[in-house]
Write a new protein. Structure first.
Lengths: 174, 116
C-alpha cells in the first residue's frame, strides 16, 4: 500500500461522502459547498491520473465559474434557508430504492467484464499534459473546437433572452 | 517506473463512478428543489468524466508501446463535455430564474400546472 493507494482511497471516500452530503443537506447553500468539495476530490483524482490539464480546467470551470453561478442564483432568490417542503416520505424511499437498484444492477453487470484485469496508469504518462492535448486539439479537433465557440455564443444569447425581464410590467422583476 | 508510479485496477474507477452517478440519480429522484436537481445532474456529468479519464489512461497503458499518444481522444472528449456543461448550466439557470419569477418558487412540483 503505497502513497498512491492511500490518496486514491482518501479521495474516493471524500468524493462519495460529499456527494451524499449534497443530496442530504437541507440548506441549498450547503449543498453547493459540498458539491465544490466533490469537484475538488474529482480534480484530485485527475491529478492522480496525471491528467493535469483537466484537473485545472475542472477547478476553474466547475468549482470556479459554475458553482459561483449556482451560488448567485440561490442568493438572488433568497433560498439560503431550508424552506424546501418535504417530499412525500414514500416517494423519497421509492427514489432511493430505485437508485440503489440501478447501482446494484450496474455493479452486477460490470463486476465480471473482460477489462477486469486491466489497470489505469496513475502518476505517469504524457497524454494528460497541456502540450499533447493542445497539439491534438488544434490539429485534429479544430473544427469541433470552433463549433463549441458557436455553442457558447448561442447559449449566451439564449440565457440573455430567457433571463430578460418579462415585458408585462405588472409582473415586475423577481 | 518511479516511486509513485504504477497502476490502479480499472474496476475501482468503474465502481467509484457508478456510485457517484447513482448518488446523482437518487438526488434527482428524491429532491424537489430545482437547483439541487440541477446540481445532481452536474454530479452525474462529473462521474462520467472521471470514468472517461480513467479509461483513457487504461487505453494508454495498454497501447503505450506502439503509440505514445493513445488515449488523448478520451481526455479531449472530457474537455468538450465540460464545454457543453458550461453552456447547459447558463441556459438552465436562466430557465430556473424565469420559473422563479413566474411562480415564486423553485419547487418542481408546482410545474405540473404546465399540463393544464
Amino acid at each position: 500500500m503505497n502513497i498512491t493507494h492511500v490518496l486514491f482511497w482518501f479521495l474516493s471516500v471524500l468524493a462519495l461522502f460529499s456527494a451524499l452530503m449534497v443530496i442530504t443537506s437541507r440548506n441549498p447553500v450547503h449543498s453547493v459547498l459540498w458539491l465544490i468539495v466533490t469537484f475538488f476530490a474529482i480534480s484530485g483524482h485527475y491529478i492522480l491520473l496525471n491528467a493535469q490539464f483537466l484537473a485545472i480546467v475542472n477547478i476553474i470551470v466547475y468549482a470556479g465559474a459554475i458553482m459561483v453561478l449556482f451560488l448567485f442564483v440561490i442568493m438572488l432568490m433568497n433560498l439560503n434557508k431550508s424552506t424546501e417542503p418535504k417530499k412525500n416520505r414514500w416517494l423519497q424511499w421509492a427514489g432511493a430504492i430505485a437508485g440503489l437498484c440501478l447501482l446494484l444492477v450496474l455493479v452486477a453487470a460490470l463486476k465480471d467484464t473482460e477489462i477486469k484485469g486491466q489497470a489505469a496508469q496513475v502518476n505517469e504518462g504524457e497524454i494528460g499534459l497541456i502540450k499533447n492535448l493542445g497539439k491534438e486539439l488544434f490539429s485534429t479537433y479544430v473544427v469541433p473546437f470552433e463549433i463549441s465557440s458557436i455553442l457558447f455564443l448561442s447559449a449566451m444569447v439564449g440565457a440573455v433572452v430567457i433571463g430578460k425581464a418579462s415585458p408585462n410590467p405588472s409582473e415586475g422583476r423577481a | 517506473m518511479g516511486r509513485f508510479g504504477g497502476a490502479m485496477p480499472i474496476n475501482y474507477y468503474i465502481f467509484l463512478s457508478l456510485a457517484l452517478f447513482c448518488i446523482g440519480i437518487v438526488g434527482v429522484l428524491t429532491r424537489r428543489n430545482a437547483i439541487i436537481i440541477f446540481m445532481c445532474i452536474e454530479l452525474m456529468l462529473n462521474a462520467v468524466n472521471l470514468l472517461l479519464v480513467a479509461f483513457s489512461k487504461m487505453h494508454h497503458l495498454a497501447k503505450a508501446v506502439t503509440d505514445v499518444t493513445t488515449g488523448t481522444e478520451g481526455q479531449l472528449f472530457v474537455f468538450f463535455i465540460m464545454v457543453v456543461a458550461a453552456a447547459e448550466v447558463s441556459v438552465g439557470l436562466a430557465i430556473i430564474v424565469m420559473m422563479y419569477r413566474n411562480i415564486h418558487s423553485v419547487d418542481v412540483n408546482f410545474l405540473n400546472r404546465l399540463k393544464h
